[in-house]
Design a protein around this ligand. Structure first.
Ligand SMILES: *Cc1c(COP(=O)(O)O)cnc(C)c1O
Length: 364
């Protein structure tokens, strides 16, 4: 191997990209510890790994306030969770409520496995309500994207609960990829939750969490899927022993353990996230050249702030923030060129927020 090469950056740029996003600064120390303690080479069937796995799960359960009996499973990504849910938790048909690119992709991935699955597309400014939407009686699972990263909208805990109450015989599955770890989620209101770690959990990409209720496990046993390497029953069997169904991302599980051990309780993080989101929206109200994509304040995301403007203005803002050493997120999907996105994730410091606001104040 050649001598160590230096990367082209002196210091990492400040990033507000909503995934992969800024990682917790403590990772520098945790990664060094992982190296010196030999974690990078441990066997995934060893007692050391099982201990790390157990602690990562237990700290996650404690800090996120997971209900008793909810299992935490390690997967590679949120995308893998979409597929696992289709394979192992849906027999024939799911019903998807979506208003943006990620929710739509989830439905499309599911339709490849279950062509009968369908959904309802709602407007970005519409607050979902079970009174307005008739979920087909033969759907087994209602799929909701709690935080739609592409357009900066969110579905409240109260609304998820209402769907659960109106359709008690169906499973409710929630994509919380860009909110889990950033805001308080009412886990009891749904049976399946998932996220990848490179968003609100402040970790590098390559690991996902799939959280399942006892009821979802019961449904998995009824369906009995055991066809795939990542069939839920097989994964659950392994995690009982604090092992995984394949050689996992051991470093990331270790980092999750360290982060979850040290972060504050989600109720404290939640409060700060919401206050900062409020401050961000308030900040943009001062300017007429830009405005949040979402005009209905009741459905605006707390963790991903999506701001629209005309194409030239967006290009100008991105150029100027880049010159200041700050990366902001591009628009996504149909909003690609007419918006930018700002992650409001817990690993981002107040100082960085102030620096970005200072920079934006000179541009807007
Ligand atoms: C980022 C994201 C995904 C995809 O995550 P991967 O880790 O790339 O699989 C899915 N859903 C939402 C809402 C996201 O923000």
């Amino acid at each position: 191997m050649q001598a160590e090469q230096h990367l082209p950056f002196e210091l990492p740029p400040v990033t507000f990209y909503p995934g992969p996003s800024k990682v917790y600064l403590q990772l520098s120390r945790y990664m060094q510890d992982a190296f010196t303690q030999g974690i990078l080479s441990i066997n995934h069937r060893s007692a050391t790994f099982m201990e790390i796995c157990r602690k990562a799960i237990e700290h996650t359960q404690a800090k996120l306030n997971l209900p008793d009996g909810y299992k935490v499973l390690f997967v590679s990504s949120a995308t893998e969770s979409w597929e696992i849910i289709a394979q192992s938790l849906i027999g024939r048909k799911s019903f998807h409520l979506y208003n943006g690119a990620f929710g739509q992709k989830w439905m499309e991935y599911t339709q490849k496995i279950h062509p009968a699955s369908n959904g309802f597309q709602f407007d970005v400014n519409q607050a979902l309500s079970p009174d307005d939407i008739q979920v087909p009686a033969d759907a087994e699972c209602i799929a909701l994207t709690q935080n739609e990263t592409s357009n900066g909208t969110q579905v409240s805990n109260a609304i998820i609960t209402q769907f659960k109450q109106k359709y008690p015989h169906m499973l409710v599955a929630v994509d919380a990829t860009s909110s889990l770890g950033g805001i308080k989620l009412d886990f009891i209101a749904a049976d399946i939750w998932f996220a990848s770690v490179q968003k609100c959990l402040g970790l590098p990409a390559g690991l996902g969490l799939l959280i399942v209720s006892p009821r979802a496990m019961e449904r998995a046993r009824e369906i009995g899927d055991n066809t795939y390497y990542n069939s839920l029953l097989f994964m659950a069997e392994n995690i009982e022993k604090y092992q995984t169904h394949y050689t996992p991302n051991v470093l990331n599980i270790y980092l999750l353990m360290r982060v979850m051990e040290e972060v504050e309780d989600i109720s404290i993080i939640d409060k700060r996230t919401r206050q900062q989101a409020h401050a961000w929206y308030h900040f943009f109200e001062k300017y007429t050249s830009v405005s949040p994509i979402v005009t209905n304040t009741a459905v605006r995301s707390d963790t991903v702030i999506a701001i629209g403007a005309d194409k030239q203005q967006i290009a100008f803002i991105k150029e100027r923030t880049k010159q200041a050493g700050i990366i902001i997120g591009n628009g996504y999907g149909s909003w690609k060129e007419t918006s930018f996105r700002i992650a409001n994730f817990p690993a981002i410091s107040l100082q960085e927020i102030q620096d970005l606001q200072h920079c934006l104040a000179g541009v807007l």
